[in-house]
Write a protein that binds this ligand. Structure first.
Ligand code: ADP
Length: 718
C-alpha cells in the first residue's frame, strides 16, 4: 500500500497519513484534498512511501489537485523552518501555497486612445476621461473612477471612435537583459562584486556580509553580481528581500533600469491574481528576479542561485504575529538548502551577523567610503537640556536655524521621529488618567488628520471625545508629546512658505502611496519631509542635505537589551540620508543624553568602538549572539487558567546544563484586548539545542484550549 504524508494547516506537530488510491499518481509536493472529519481539507504531500501490512485503516486521499507542485527544495525548506521556529509544519506550508489561493488574472478589456481622433464635442467630463487615458491603461470602470465621471462618458467616446477597447492578456514576466551596461563600479565596488561573483560560481552555500556605509553603492554591487550570474547561467533566479514596501518600490525601479525589465514584486500590497501569476512564473523558472518582503522567501523557486537580504539588520524582517520567524535567518537557511549564496547587506549590520562575520562563518566585504565625491554627513549632537526649544515646541533653535539655511539654499530637510500620529499620549488634566484602548495596556495615540484616537497595537479607534471617559470632566484632555503630525504643524508655523509632507504608514499605507511620496521628494516638490522609520531607510534623495533627529532618546527609554543596537542602527540610517553626490550633508541629533555611548558613536561616526563595547556586554551576560533565547508567551482571557498553566510550566521547567529558564513574568504588553499575557524566557549557551529543550519542556505540560501559547525562537526584543 502507498501512504502519503500530508501537511494540513492545523496546529499539530506532524503530517497526517492517508492511503493513496490505486491508480492515483502522487508525489511529494503535490496539492491534494483529503477528508478530515466531515470536511475536505486542502494540504500538501510531504512524502509518499510504500508500506506493507499496515494495521491501521487509513482514509484515502480524495483528490489530487491540478496545481503546480511545490519543488523538493521548497518542501525541505519549509519543514526545516517549521522545526527551527517550533511552528506546526502544516501552518508553515500554508505560507508556501498561499499564492495559489487566488485565481489567475484573466485577459482584460483595456481602453486606449485611437491615434489622432478628437471628439466632435468637448465637455469637462470628456476632457477628464481623455486625461485619465493619457495617464495609463485601465478598464472602463477604473477609467471612469479616476476621471470622476460615469462609465457612460467613456462609452460615448468609444461609440464616437475616439477611444477603443482592446482585449489585453495578463502581463508575462519580462526577461532581464544582463548585457545592458550598469554603472561603472569604483575599485572597492568592483572588488566586492568580484568576490560575490566568485562565490556564486562555486555553486555552494555561502553567506556573505556586504558591510558598507550608507551611499557606498551596495545596491550597485549586488546588481552587478546578479547580472554576471544571469549572464553565466540563463536559468538562474535571484531573490532580493527588503524590510519595507516603500523600499521595494525604490529597488524595483533600480532593477528595472539596470536590466530593462520590471522584476516580480511580492508583498501583501500586491493584488491576489497578480501574486498567483508570479507564483506560477517563479515555479516554472520564467521569473528570473523577484523583489519582495519577507514572505517571498516561501516562493517555489525552481533554481534559486542568489538571495540578497538588503538592510539585513532591520527589525521588520522579524515577523512577530501569527507565524513567528526571522526572514534574515530563514534566508540563510534557504540558501543552505539551495546550495547558493546569501548576501546580507547593511551599513549597520546586526550583532548576530557581525559575530558570524568575525568568526569567519560568513565572508565579510567592506565598503568604507561613499561612492564618488560624496562624503558622510557631518554629525552634531544638540544637548536638549541646555539648548532645547521653549515649552510646547520640539525643534531646537540650532535645528531651526539649519533648516532655514537649507531652505534658503533650495535644498531639502528630513525630520526623523519614529512616532505616527499627532501625540503619543492623551491624558486628562482633571483626573490624571491616560487613555488606553479597552482592556489593553497600550496608550491611545491622537491622529489629528483623521480626528481620532488610535491604538497602534490592536487597531481600535474612536473619535477624540470631549469628556474624559474616566472622570467625565469636560474639555480636560490634553495631547502630550509629539508625533510626526505635530512636528509638521510646527514646521508649517515656523516656515509658512515651505512645502511639507508627512511620511508614515498612515500617509503611505501601500506601495503606490509610498512611491508617490518618494517621487515627489525626488522631484523636489517637498522641502521638509517629516518621517517615521518608513521613509528614513534606504532611499536616496540627491537634494536632501539636512537630517534632523527630533527625539534621539526615544528608543532607549523602554530599555530592553537590544535598545542600544536598535537605536544606533535607526539613527545611523536616518542620518545617512543626508548628503549625496556633490552636496555635503549634515545631521543634527536632539538628545537629552549626549554622553550616552549610542550618541557618542553617532557623533564620531565610530561604529566599531560601539559594536565592540556592545558585544562585550552581550558576552558578559551570555546573551545573543553569545547565547540563544526563546520566549514563551502565554495569553488567556481566563486568569485562573493562565495562572495554573504558568504554575505547571514553572514546576516542569527543565534543569539543563548551560541553560536557564526565567519567569513567568508579565509579558511586555501584559493586557491586550482583555487577554492577560505572561512570558517565560529560556536562555541557553550556543552549544545547547534550544528547540529540543523547549519541545521537551512543552511535552510535559498540557496547555488547555483556553490558553494560547506562542513560541518565539530568537526573540528580537529581550
Ligand atoms: P547603498 O545601497 O550602499 O546605500 P546605493 O547603491 O544606493 O548605496 O548608491 C548610492 C548612490 O550612489 C546611488 O544614487 C547610486 O546610484 C550612486 N552610485 C553608487 N555607485 C555608483 C557608481 N559606481 N557609479 C555611479 N553612481 C553610483
Amino acid at each position: 500500500m502507498r501512504i502519503a504524508a500530508v501537511l494540513l494547516p492545523l496546529p499539530v506537530p506532524e503530517a497526517f497519513d492517508y492511503a493513496v488510491p490505486d491508480g492515483m499518481a502522487l508525489a511529494a509536493g503535490d496539492h491534494v484534498h483529503v477528508p478530515l472529519g466531515p470536511r475536505l481539507v486542502r494540504g500538501v504531500v510531504s512524502e509518499v512511501r510504500e508500506q506493507t501490512g499496515s494495521n491501521r485503516r487509513l482514509k484515502a486521499v480524495a483528490e489530487r489537485l491540478d496545481e503546480t507542485p511545490l519543488p523538493p527544495s521548497s518542501l525541505e525548506f519549509l519543514e526545516w523552518a517549521a522545526r527551527w521556529t517550533l511552528t506546526p509544519p502544516g501552518e508553515m506550508a500554508l505560507l508556501a501555497w498561499r499564492g495559489l489561493r487566488h485565481g489567475a488574472p484573466r485577459a482584460e478589456r483595456i481602453i486606449r486612445r485611437v491615434g489622432g481622433r478628437q471628439p466632435a464635442r468637448m465637455t469637462p467630463a470628456r476632457q477628464a476621461v481623455l486625461e485619465a487615458v493619457g495617464a495609463g491603461a485601465s478598464t472602463a470602470v477604473e477609467l471612469a473612477r479616476r476621471a470622476g465621471v460615469s462609465t457612460g462618458v467613456v462609452k460615448g467616446l468609444i461609440d464616437e471612435g475616439v477611444l477603443e477597447s482592446a482585449l489585453v492578456p495578463p502581463p508575462q514576466p519580462q526577461q532581464p537583459d544582463p548585457d545592458r551596461p550598469g554603472a561603472a563600479l569604483n575599485p572597492a565596488q568592483a572588488a566586492a562584486a568580484d568576490a560575490v561573483a566568485r562565490r556564486i560560481e562555486d555553486r555552494a552555500f555561502r553567506p556573505i556580509l556586504l558591510d558598507g556605509v550608507t551611499g557606498s553603492g551596495k545596491t550597485e554591487v549586488y546588481l552587478e553580481a546578479a547580472a554576471r550570474l544571469l549572464k553565466a547561467e540563463p536559468g538562474a533566479q535571484v531573490l532580493i528581500l527588503l524590510p519595507e514596501i516603500a523600499l521595494t518600490q525604490a529597488v524595483i525601479g533600480r532593477v528595472a533600469a539596470r536590466f530593462g525589465a520590471t522584476p516580480g514584486e511580492w508583498h501583501s500590497g500586491v493584488p491576489g491574481p497578480q501574486r498567483r501569476l508570479l507564483w506560477e512564473a517563479v515555479a516554472s523558472g520564467e521569473q528570473k528576479i523577484v523583489v519582495g518582503a519577507r514572505s517571498a522567501l516561501f516562493l517555489p523557486f525552481k533554481r534559486l542561485r542568489l538571495i540578497v537580504v538588503d538592510e539585513e539588520h532591520d527589525a521588520s524582517f522579524k515577523q512577530e504575529e501569527g507565524l513567528i520567524y526571522h526572514a534574515r535567518d530563514l534566508a540563510v537557511a534557504r540558501a543552505r538548502i539551495e546550495g547558493c549564496v546569501a548576501l546580507l547587506a547593511s551599513a549597520t549590520p546586526s550583532l548576530e551577523t557581525l559575530w558570524n562575520a568575525e568568526s569567519g562563518r560568513y565572508d565579510w566585504l567592506r565598503l568604507s567610503a561613499r561612492h564618488g565625491v560624496a562624503r558622510l554627513p557631518a554629525m552634531r549632537l544638540i544637548d536638549m537640556r541646555s539648548d532645547g526649544p521653549e515649552r510646547g515646541r520640539w525643534l531646537s533653535p540650532a535645528l531651526v536655524e539649519a533648516m532655514g539655511e537649507t531652505f534658503a539654499a533650495g535644498e531639502q530637510t528630513l525630520l526623523f521621529l519614529n512616532r505616527r500620529g499627532y501625540a503619543p499620549v492623551v491624558l486628562c488634566r482633571a483626573c490624571g488618567q491616560r487613555l488606553t484602548a479597552p482592556d489593553t495596556d497600550s496608550w491611545l495615540v491622537e491622529h489629528r488628520y483623521t480626528g481620532r484616537l488610535v491604538c497602534h497595537l490592536t487597531g481600535f479607534s474612536m473619535p477624540r471625545p470631549r469628556h474624559c471617559p474616566h472622570c467625565g470632566a469636560e474639555d480636560s484632555l490634553v495631547s502630550v508629546g509629539p508625533g510626526v503630525e505635530r512636528i509638521e504643524e510646527e514646521v508649517a508655523e515656523r516656515f509658512p512658505e515651505a512645502r511639507t509632507a508627512v511620511f508614515s504608514s498612515d500617509t503611505a499605507p501601500d506601495g503606490a502611496a509610498a512611491r508617490q511620496l518618494v517621487e515627489r521628494m525626488a522631484r523636489g516638490e517637498i522641502d521638509v519631509l517629516v518621517a517615521t522609520q518608513a521613509a528614513a531607510k534606504g532611499h536616496n534623495f540627491p537634494n536632501l542635505t539636512l537630517v534632523g533627529v527630533v527625539d534621539a532618546d526615544l528608543g532607549l527609554r523602554g530599555g530592553d537589551l537590544r535598545a542600544g543596537e536598535r537605536t544606533f542602527q535607526l539613527l545611523a540610517q536616518a542620518a545617512g540620508r543626508a548628503g549625496r553626490a556633490d552636496k555635503p550633508g549634515r545631521a543634527l541629533i536632539q538628545t537629552f543624553m549626549p554622553e550616552h555611548p549610542v550618541m557618542q558613536a553617532l557623533e564620531h561616526l565610530d561604529r566599531d568602538a560601539f559594536i565592540e563595547a556592545e558585544m562585550a556586554e552581550r558576552a558578559q551576560a551570555r546573551m545573543p549572539p553569545h547565547g540563544r533565547l526563546a520566549a514563551l508567551v502565554l495569553s488567556s482571557e481566563n486568569p485562573q487558567a493562565l495562572e495554573e498553566t504558568c504554575r505547571q510550566l514553572a514546576a516542569q521547567a527543565l534543569n539543563a546544563e548551560g541553560a536557564e529558564i526565567y519567569g513567568p513574568a508579565d509579558a511586555p504588553l501584559a493586557l491586550v484586548r482583555g487577554r492577560r499575557r505572561k512570558r517565560f524566557l529560556v536562555r541557553a549557551d550556543r552549544t545547547v539545542d534550544v528547540q529540543a529543550l523547549v519541545r521537551e519542556w512543552l511535552s510535559r505540560v498540557k496547555i488547555p484550549a483556553s490558553v494560547r501559547l506562542n513560541v518565539d525562537v530568537d526573540p528580537y526584543s529581550f
